[in-house]
Design a protein around this ligand. Structure first.
Ligand SMILES: Cc1cc2nc3c(=O)[nH]c(=O)nc-3n(C[C@H](O)[C@H](O)[C@H](O)COP(=O)(O)OP(=O)(O)OC[C@H]3O[C@@H](n4cnc5c(N)ncnc54)[C@H](O)[C@@H]3O)c2cc1C
Length: 444
């Protein structure tokens, strides 16, 4: 890998989830090792609070970098690990960071109080007066505010946009606590370590800037995306054909999604994730939108000619994940969109089987029936509709009745979170090993 590839890897590069976890784990070990060295170097008995303060402080600083990296939208991570998995790791990691920061702060104050025989309150006052501590405390408070807003109960009450805007506070929080890290007892006096730490932060901020700001801007001017047609597919569902230039440079794959920002006065503020519902070509992309809330309802009659900013492609639920001969696609509701594109394009050789199970509440909720039947016909693939409110058709015995070799297939699953949750256990009970289940959840 060249230096250029580190900051901007080739679009086809993929980092596997295991590979990424291994790198994060090794990084954590390396970071945890240093404060232990620092603490044991001092020729005095080591207090547990002191060791805890050092360890948690360094690990929190490291975990923050990891969290930013996970959300940097680096293509190798998005394609290899998948946006939904990255978002879940980020959410879990956020809780760990907050825990580490709180333990670090408490341990520092306690250690100070013990070593100087002061009350905890007086120790807190002295600690806060240390250089850059006030800035770090404000940074910590902003991280706590973001954490509180992300807690399930609060998240449900906030609109996605408000929650997302609040999340931008994280960057301010990280910047405010950065100098405290450099000036802290583990790094101060170690010029090379300070440089490496600063480079780590610079690198990850560069990734965020590149992939979340500069690349979308470059793509907007290069590809000049506009709405070409809006086609009703069913009640509250439309397909939006998008025209653009040089789209093959994006290397978008069936199964992936973009974050679409439609530039009208009503819709420009939010970028919504929608999957490609047809294989991409050099001058056309297609997405299909179900009206589930205000943002998606506005798109039902978006004017032809509207300019679009699109970020992506993202998502790991592509043909690259396939390792077995036969494939089962399971789509629930509007989760049919990426499955429609995969159903048309997943390679099927003679003797191999491709089956699509399409679950919908009622016949009126089925979209693309005509297209799906045509694809099934010319590809020799199987198409099964599971229509009705009853969830029994998704039990392990029911699934095995229609796909007896289920345990020996790659299974692609895309549905709303509730249906995905309802299918995961039956798939496991039917004998499918977890590594052969490839999922895109329509929720972050
Ligand atoms: C990877 C992915 C692919 C998707 N593909 C499709 C698709 O092909 N077709 C389709 O109809 N729907 C798809 N969705 C769902 C679609 O993104 C949401 O229905 C839409 O964003 C809802 O926005 P809203 O303002 O209409 O509804 P709201 O009522 O504001 O939100 C409904 C739900 O969508 C979530 N949401 C809202 N805005 C965003 C956002 N900007 N980013 C992430 N989540 C958001 C909210 O948290 C909430 O859970 C996909 C979702 C994801 C995560």
């Amino acid at each position: 890998m060249t230096a250029r590839h580190l900051i901007s890897p080739p679009p086809e590069m993929r980092v596997s989830p295991r590979g990424l976890l291994a790198v994060i784990g090794l990084g954590a070990l390396a970071v945890a090792w240093w404060p232990v060295v620092v603490v044991f170097r001092v020729p005095a008995p080591v207090e547990a609070t002191v060791l805890l303060a050092h360890l948690c402080g360094m690990l929190a600083g490291y975990a923050v970098v990891v969290l930013l990296g996970l959300m940097s939208r680096t293509p190798a991570l998005e394609r290899g690990v998948g946006a939904d998995v990255l978002a879940r790791w980020h959410a879990r990691g956020g809780r760990i960071v907050i825990g580490l920061i709180l333990v670090h702060a408490a341990a520092v104050v306690l250690a100070w109080a013990q070593s100087r025989q002061e009350s905890t309150l007086l120790a807190l006052w002295h600690v806060l007066r240390l250089p850059w501590l006030m800035a770090a405390t404000i940074g910590t408070v902003s991280l706590l505010a973001v954490g509180a807003a992300s807690a399930r109960a609060a998240r449900r009450r906030l609109s996605y946009e408000s929650w997302h805007t609040l999340h931008l506070l994280t960057y301010a929080g990280v910047a405010l606590s950065f100098v405290h890290q450099l000036a802290g007892p583990d790094l101060t006096g170690h010029r090379w370590l300070q440089i490496c730490w600063a480079l780590l932060y610079t690198y990850v901020f560069a990734l965020v800037l590149l992939h979340r700001v500069l690349t979308p801007l470059r793509q907007a001017t290069r590809h000049r995306l506009r709405v070409a047609a809006v086609v009703p597919e069913g009640p509250g569902v439309v397909s939006i054909a998008v025209d653009g230039r040089h789209l093959s440079e994006l290397r978008a794959e069936p199964g992936q999604f973009f974050r679409w920002r439609f530039l009208t006065p009503d819709t420009w503020r939010s970028a919504h994730p929608f999957s490609l519902s047809a294989p991409p070509t050099d001058n056309r992309l297609r997405l299909t939108v179900k009206a589930l809330g205000q943002g998606s309802a506005h798109l039902q009659d978006i004017p032809v000619g509207t300019w679009i900013g699109a970020e992506g492609p993202y998502g790991a639920m592509t043909a690259a994940r396939r390792t077995r001969r036969n494939v089962l696609l399971i789509a629930g509701g509007v989760g049919i969109t990426p499955m429609r594109a995969l159903f048309e394009t997943l390679p099927v050789r003679p003797g191999q089987d491709l089956t699509l199970l399409y679950r919908a509440r009622g016949p009126e909720d089925l979209v693309f029936s005509h297209e799906l039947e045509q694809i099934a016909h010319w590809r020799g693939a199987r198409l099964l509709y599971l229509v009705g409110a009853d969830h029994d058709c998704l039990s392990a015995p029911a699934l095995l009745r229609v796909v007896p070799d289920l345990a020996h297939r790659d299974v692609y699953l895309c549905a709303a979170p509730r249906m995905s949750d309802a299918v995961r256990a039956p798939l496991r009970d039917a004998g499918l090993p977890a590594e052969y289940l490839h999922e895109e959840r329509f929720a972050f």
